[in-house]
Design a protein around this ligand. Structure first.
Ligand SMILES: NC(=O)C1=CN([C@@H]2O[C@H](COP(=O)(O)OP(=O)(O)OC[C@H]3O[C@@H](n4cnc5c(N)ncnc54)[C@H](OP(=O)(O)O)[C@@H]3O)[C@@H](O)[C@H]2O)C=CC1
Ligand SMILES: O=C(O)[C@@H]1CCC=N1
Length: 270
C-alpha cells in the first residue's frame, strides 16, 4: 500500500494540515485526495495545492493508508463511518480530527478492529508550532503515525481523558492570544499611538516576553517584579487589570471551550 492520505471534509482545518504536509514534503500532492460536500472547497484545494479531488470516494478509500475524518461534529458522522467501513482497507488508520467525538464512538460506528487515532490539531500548522493532542486506540501504531502527525506541528500523546481539556485550552489556544493582541493594540491606539506602531510593539513584546520566560526559566511573577518599579507606571497599570475580571474572564472562557468540546460528542448528525 503506497503512502496515501485521504481527507473526508476539506474545510479550514484539513486545508491547514494539507498546506503543512506539502510544505514539509511529507506527502506530494498526487498522494493527497480530498472529498468535500462543498464542490467549491474541492475546486479551491485542487487549484491551490494540486491535490486530487476528482475521484470517487469509494475508490480512494480502498487505496488510502491514512483516512482523515475532517468534518464537523454536527455533520453526519455515522454515514461517513459507514462509508469507511464499507470501502476502506483494513490496513488503513482512521484519523479523526473531530472535536469532542470519542474513540469509543468511532469504534462503535466503524464496527471493526481498526486502527483509530483521535487527533486534535492546531491551526498554527504553517509555523511548525502548536501541539496536536493525540490519543490512539489499541490497534493504532504510534511509530507509524508520528511522521504524518509531525508533518503539521508538534505532537503530544495524551490520555484520551485529557483531550477535551486539551482542546478547549490548547487547540482553541490561538484564540486567546489573537484576542489579547487585538485588545492590546486597541489600548495603544486608545492611548494615542498610531495603529501600525501599536501593532509592531505588541508583537515584539509578545515574542520577547515568551523568549524571556524560556531563557530565564523564571516564573512570570518574578519577571513582573523586574518590570515594575515601586509606585511606578507598570504597577499602576496592573492594579487596574487586577481590579477587572481579566484572569477570571480568561479562565471562564477556557472552561466554556472545554465544556463545549464535551457537549459536541453528543451532537453528531444534528
Ligand atoms: N478549525 C480549527 O481550529 C479546528 C478544527 N478541528 C475540527 O476539524 C473539523 C473541521 O473543522 P473546520 O475545518 O474548521 O470546519 P469547516 O466547516 O471549515 O470544514 C468542514 C467541511 O466538511 C464538509 N463536509 C461536511 N460533511 C461532509 C461529508 N459527509 N463528506 C465530505 N465533506 C463533508 C463541509 O461541507 P459543507 O460546508 O458543505 O457542509 C465543510 O466544507 C471539525 O470536526 C473540528 O472540530 C479540530 C481542531 C481545530
Ligand atoms: O472551534 C472549534 O470547534 C475548533 C476546535 C477547537 C478549536 N477550533
Amino acid at each position: 500500500m503506497r503512502n496515501h492520505v485521504h481527507f473526508i471534509g476539506g474545510g479550514q482545518m484539513s486545508e491547514a494540515i494539507i498546506r503543512a504536509l506539502l510544505k514539509n514534503r511529507v506527502f506530494n500532492s498526487n498522494n493527497i485526495t480530498v472529498t468535500d460536500l462543498n464542490k467549491e472547497r474541492e475546486q479551491h484545494l485542487t487549484e491551490t495545492y494540486q491535490v486530487v479531488t476528482d475521484q470517487k470516494e469509494e475508490d480512494v478509500l480502498t487505496q488510502a493508508n491514512l483516512i482523515v475524518i475532517g468534518v464537523r461534529p454536527q455533520d453526519d458522522l455515522k454515514t461517513v463511518c459507514q462509508t469507511i467501513y464499507e470501502h476502506a482497507s483494513d490496513q488503513a488508520t482512521i484519523v479523526s480530527i473531530v472535536a469532542g467525538v470519542t474513540i469509543a464512538q468511532f469504534e462503535a460506528w466503524l464496527d471493526s478492529d481498526r486502527a483509530i487515532a483521535r487527533v486534535i490539531p492546531n491551526t498554527l500548522t504553517d509555523t511548525g508550532r502548536g501541539y496536536s493532542g493525540v490519543a490512539l486506540n489499541a490497534y493504532a501504531n504510534q511509530a507509524d503515525l508520528d511522521p504524518f502527525l509531525n508533518g503539521f506541528g508538534k505532537v503530544t500523546h495524551i490520555d484520551e481523558a485529557l483531550i477535551d481539556a486539551f482542546t478547549g485550552y490548547g487547540v482553541a489556544g490561538p484564540n486567546y492570544i489573537y484576542y489579547f493582541i487585538e485588545s492590546l493594540v486597541d489600548a495603544g491606539v486608545l492611548a494615542g499611538l498610531p495603529r501600525d506602531m501599536a501593532w509592531e510593539v505588541a508583537l515584539e513584546n509578545m515574542v520577547g516576553a515568551v523568549e524571556m520566560l524560556n531563557e530565564s526559566g523564571k516564573h512570570p511573577r518574578q519577571l513582573l517584579d523586574i518590570n515594575n518599579s515601586p509606585a511606578g507606571v507598570g504597577m499602576n497599570g496592573l492594579h487596574q487589570l487586577n481590579a477587572s475580571d481579566f484572569a477570571a474572564g480568561l479562565q471562564r472562557s477556557v472552561l466554556k471551550a472545554v465544556e463545549r468540546t464535551t457537549e459536541l460528542s453528543n451532537q453528531e448528525g444534528d
